[in-house]
Write a new protein. Structure first.
Lengths: 184, 368
């Protein structure tokens, strides 16, 4: 939860002149506890009747919350320390060997790393095939309650299947390449 | 001699680089004419090793490269080969006959629309783009059509009136049988409809690798690529031994096939195609269990006393600054893929029959 009224004030205070800065906002109830995604149902700000109309209009404007990305209350926040992109090279006996490329520091050499199939979520296990692509992340995850956990996670990419038309198009292009390039 | 000193016009040079992302052999055919077999890029570098080396010994050498050959499509052999071809504007491209088949080209086209990187198929797509640029730009249009290698096909012959000696490059493989096997393998790699998109990773065996005999005057090098010894007639090294017309012209320099692996070891090659005690050059392969293993080195040392290796097979893993990451990684079984790029250089005057070859080792290359 955030007090978005102060966020709102920052949006306009610099551009509307000194008189607005002199408004003592502590007299007014302009702050709201806002949940993300509740902009439409925002209650009206309670402003004193003696306030000039232009100031009233401004404060109504500045206390409108800035849009926030929708985040369900239950979502955890992942802060990656290191990310690799991996490709499965071979799978056997409950483990798989993958070539991983360092996405955090691309100057590092690729590595071959062994993973246990148990590290893969049940719904991803069927994706573990030679050539399959995944992301491997080491990082810290914060729960909504503020608990912090070190994580080491493998998530397979779900790429679309080859369509019959894309295969036919590739066959057509292959013929064209052969005609274009393979004769003097 | 300094690394940057170019070879004399009558010097045969075989420079072997590896193991970066790929491996590479540069051969000086005399008179500033070169050919490049496979390609590699050093770890953390962006320019292919062959381009860097030729720039160091003189910009004119880049225009002297007449042939760029990919022995096979695996990415541990052809990293940066398309960039080399773009740089070497006078070079023609050569590869196995199997890779000119429309089915392989279809695979390349599919891959270029999918996951990129870490597949030799991608690199082939880039080679086709370079050739297309040449054709459409009408630049070097005589250097567009690839040369397809098959057993006993001469790929290049240099014998000008101005030359005191000839230079010939002959493909000793793949045989007809192995081309058919390779095409079957390519067919297996073709994705089925609705199959999720995946990278095309290296798959053994390496039956369609192009083995070369390069002859410059009386100096000869047999370059073994990754050709394996299956023991089947008509395949691998036995196919070469059964048909080779080169037995009476054994090579003095040997690029050991498939990183010294026992599956590429064929004793008859040492007896039939090489002089006794030849200069043998190895490039290590770090992934998997690593090649060569100790027993491979022991075996090879029984075959020659002149065994050279471009680098140590074991490679140090990169350290991460983040202590949490480093701690997590300690529990993992990991191997670095790209090793430190070493360089073995053999130079040998062609016109002087009594001259001995000079062997130079750079960047961690060593005599075993």
């Amino acid at each position: 939860m955030q007090d978005t009224s102060s966020t709102g004030q920052l949006l306009k205070a610099d551009t509307l002149g000194e008189s607005y800065r002199q408004v003592d906002t502590s007299k007014f109830k302009i702050g709201h506890e806002l949940s993300a995604g509740t902009r439409q149902s925002l209650p009206q700000t309670t402003l004193p009747q003696e306030m000039p109309a232009n100031e009233r209009e401004f404060l109504t404007y500045v206390t409108r919350p800035t849009p926030k990305p929708h985040r369900p209350r239950s979502a955890s926040i992942l802060r990656p320390r290191q990310i690799w992109e991996g490709t499965v090279v071979e799978c056997e006996n409950g483990s798989f060997l993958a070539r991983v490329t360092d996405k955090t520091n691309p100057a590092n050499t690729d590595e071959l790393v062994t993973f246990e199939l148990e590290e893969v979520s049940p719904e991803d296990k069927k994706l573990v095939q030679p050539g399959a692509s995944f992301y491997w992340t080491i990082g810290v995850e914060s729960s909504p309650a503020g608990q912090i956990q070190n994580i080491d996670r493998v998530i397979f990419r779900r790429l679309p299947g080859w369509s019959a038309s894309s295969v036919r198009a590739a066959e057509r292009e292959a013929k064209e390449i052969a005609q274009l390039l393979f004769s003097e | 001699m300094s690394l940057t000193t170019p070879p004399h016009f009558d010097e045969f040079e075989v420079s072997v680089f590896g193991p970066g992302r790929g491996e590479c052999i540069l051969v000086h055919l005399g008179y500033n004419e070169w050919c490049m077999i496979d390609s590699c890029i050093g770890s953390g570098r962006s320019v292919p090793a062959a381009v860097e080396y030729l720039r160091e010994i003189g910009q004119a050498s880049l225009q002297g490269v007449l042939l760029v050959l990919a022995t096979h499509w695996h990415d541990d052999h052809i990293g940066g080969i398309a960039d080399c071809l773009r740089e070497f504007t006078n070079a023609k491209f050569a590869c196995s006959t199997a890779l000119g088949h429309e089915q392989f080209l279809t695979l390349v086209q599919l891959q270029t629309k999918s996951l990129q990187g870490n597949s030799g198929v991608d690199e082939f797509g880039k080679v086709l783009n370079v050739l297309r640029e040449r054709r459409l730009g009408e630049i070097n249009s005589s250097k567009v059509a690839p040369i397809f290698a098959i057993q006993d096909r001469p790929l290049m012959h240099r014998e000008d009136p101005g030359r005191a000696f000839s230079a010939t490059i002959t493909a000793l493989s793949p045989s007809d049988v192995t081309v058919r096997l390779a095409l079957n393998k390519i067919a297996e790699l073709m994705p089925r409809t609705n199959q999720p998109q995946r990278r095309i990773t290296n798959r053994p065996p390496n039956e369609s690798s192009v083995v070369l005999m390069i002859e410059v005057g009386d100096r000869r090098a047999l370059l073994g690529a990754d050709l394996e010894h299956s023991g089947q007639l008509g395949e691998g090294w036995l196919a070469i031994l059964n048909s080779s017309q080169l037995k009476h012209r054994p090579a003095q320099i040997f690029k050991v096939p498939h990183h010294g692996s026992p599956n590429a070891d064929c004793p008859e090659v040492w007896e039939g195609l090489l002089i006794p005690d030849p200069i043998a050059v190895l490039t290590p392969f770090t992934p998997g269990r690593g090649l060569p293993q100790e027993r491979d080195i022991s075996r090879l040392k029984t075959r020659t006393t002149n065994l050279l290796c471009t680098a140590e097979p074991k490679v140090r893993l990169p350290k991460r600054d983040d202590k949490v990451v480093e701690k997590k990684l300690k529990n993992r079984k990991r191997i670095a893929v790209d090793g430190k790029l070493g360089h073995v250089r053999v130079r040998w005057p062609v016109n002087d029959e009594t001259a001995a070859p000079s062997i130079e080792l750079f960047n961690g290359a060593y005599q075993v």
